[in-house]
Design a protein around this ligand. Structure first.
Ligand SMILES: [Zn+2]
Length: 393
C-alpha cells in the first residue's frame, strides 16, 4: 500500500517537514563557527479578521516537540487571551526560547505550525462560544481538514470553548466521550426516518444520548413529533436543513419548538447544524434552540501569523528591521487584561486603567525538561474565565 502524505511523528521530530533553508542555515553556521547562544521570541503582528483578541493554543504540543532538546522556554500560559501589541505598538512576546541556535533553529517551521493554526481554531471557537452563550456547542469540523490533524483541531476547538468534539481521537485527547448524532446516510440506508430511529435506539448502547436527525425526508415538525413518539428517552432532535429548503432556519426552529412544547415534549432539545458561524448562531439565539453543531467556520479559522525572531545573540540585542530587539518580558493587567512589554522582569508597570500589571510569563522548559503541564479542561476553564472578565461571556 502506498503511504499517505501526512508526516509521521518521527518525520516531524527529525525536521523532515521543515523548510530546507533552516537546514542550510545550520550547515553554514556549523561550518563557519558562527553559531551562538540566542534568544528567539514568538510574536504576532496583527490578529486576522479585525478580531480584537486571540487565544494562544498549541503550547502543549510545542513542549512535547521540544522535550529533550537543550533549550529553555518561557511563555504566557496556553489559553491566554491576548492582543498582538502593547499600547505602545510593541509586539507582545507569547513565548521566548533560549539555547544554541543550531539546537532548535530547524524546528522553527514545526514550532510555528503547532501554534498558528491551533490558535486560529481556538480563537474562532471562543468567538462561537461567546455568540452561543450558555448553549451547547459541538465541534463538527474535522471533515474540512486533513485527517492527520483531527486530534489537533478537536483539542483546539474544545480549548476555545466547544463543549464536545466529534472524533474519537480528539475526545481521547481532551478526556471526554466523542459526541455525535446520526448522519443522513443512516436514514438513506434504512429507507425511512422511522426505521433509522428504531434501529439506532435498539442497537446503540443506552449511554449514548438519543439525538435524531429530522430533516432527511419529511417536514421537520412532523419528523420531530414522530421521533418523540418512537423513542422513549429522546434527548433531542437535530436540524441540518439544506439551504435550498431553509427560508428562515430561525422560524423553522421556532415552529418545531412550539410543536414540541405544545405536545408535552418540553425537555427535547433542538440542535442546529449546517454551515453555522458566530453570526448565524447569534441570529438563532432566542429561537428555542438548545445547541449547535459547528464545523467549517471553526476548523477553517484563519491561521495566526505568529513568527519567531532572533532578538538576542551572545548577550547582545539583535533584530531585523521591523522587529524589536532584546529579550522581553510580558506583563498583563489583572483587571482589564491589557498587556505590556518590558526588558526587565522586575518592572513597575502601571496599566492605563490604574492597576499594577503582573509578569505573566512562566517557565515552560529548562534544559529540555518540561516545567509546565495543564490538562485541556483546565486550559479551557482559563479561557472561559478570561472571556467572562472581558465581558464577552
Ligand atoms: Zn488595566
Amino acid at each position: 500500500m502506498d503511504r499517505l502524505f501526512a508526516a509521521s511523528e518521527k518525520e516531524i521530530r527529525d525536521a523532515y517537514t521543515t523548510d530546507v533553508y533552516f537546514e542550510r542555515t545550520r550547515k553554514i553556521l556549523n561550518s563557519s563557527g558562527s553559531d551562538g547562544d540566542v534568544w528567539a521570541e514568538f510574536t504576532l503582528g496583527s490578529i486576522p479578521n479585525k478580531w480584537p483578541w486571540a487565544v494562544l493554543c498549541g503550547t502543549e504540543e510545542l513542549l512535547r516537540l521540544m522535550e529533550g532538546m537543550n533549550v529553555d522556554i518561557f511563555g504566557v500560559p496556553e489559553g491566554t487571551i491576548f492582543r498582538s501589541r502593547s499600547p505602545k505598538g510593541i509586539r507582545v512576546p507569547l513565548m521566548n526560547i533560549h539555547g544554541r541556535y543550531t539546537e532548535f533553529g530547524e524546528m522553527e517551521t514545526a514550532m510555528l505550525g503547532v501554534l498558528c493554526h491551533p490558535s486560529g481554531v481556538a480563537t474562532a471557537a471562543a468567538r462561537v462560544r461567546c455568540a452561543a452563550k450558555d448553549k451547547k456547542v459541538m465541534a463538527f469540523g474535522n471533515r474540512r481538514m486533513h485527517p492527520a490533524i483531527s486530534g489537533v483541531l478537536d483539542r483546539s476547538a474544545y480549548i476555545g470553548g466547544c463543549d464536545d468534539v466529534a472524533s474519537k481521537m480528539g475526545a481521547d485527547i481532551i478526556g471526554r466521550e466523542a459526541a455525535g448524532t446520526v448522519p443522513h446516510a443512516l436514514m438513506l440506508m434504512m429507507g425511512s426516518d422511522e426505521a433509522a430511529f428504531r434501529a439506532f435506539d435498539e442497537i446503540i448502547e443506552k449511554s449514548v444520548p438519543r439525538i435524531m436527525l429530522i430533516d432527511t425526508f419529511s417536514d421537520e415538525r412532523e419528523a420531530s413529533i414522530n421521533a418523540c413518539k418512537m423513542i422513549k428517552d429522546l434527548k433531542g432532535v437535530r436540524l441540518d436543513t439544506p439551504s435550498s429548503r431553509r427560508g428562515s432556519l430561525k422560524e423553522i426552529i421556532q415552529e418545531v419548538r412550539w410543536e414540541l412544547d405544545s405536545k408535552g415534549y418540553r425537555s427535547v432539545d433542538i440542535i442546529a447544524s449546517g454551515g453555522l458561524d458566530e453570526n448565524s448562531i447569534r441570529e438563532l439565539m432566542g429561537s428555542g434552540v438548545s445547541g449547535f453543531g459547528v464545523g467549517t467556520s471553526i476548523s477553517n479559522a484563519p491561521t495566526l501569523d505568529i513568527s519567531m525572531d532572533l532578538v538576542c545573540k551572545d548577550g547582545s540585542s539583535i533584530s531585523k528591521k521591523g522587529k524589536f530587539g532584546g529579550r522581553k518580558y510580558t506583563y498583563r493587567c489583572p483587571t482589564c487584561l491589557s498587556m505590556d512589554v518590558s526588558l526587565s522582569d522586575k518592572a513597575d508597570m502601571m496599566c492605563s486603567c490604574g492597576t499594577v500589571m503582573e509578569l505573566i510569563e512562566v517557565p515552560l522548559m529548562r534544559a529540555g525538561k518540561r516545567m509546565h503541564r495543564r490538562a485541556p479542561a483546565e486550559i479551557r476553564e482559563y479561557v472561559m474565565a478570561q472571556l467572562k472578565q472581558l465581558g464577552e461571556l
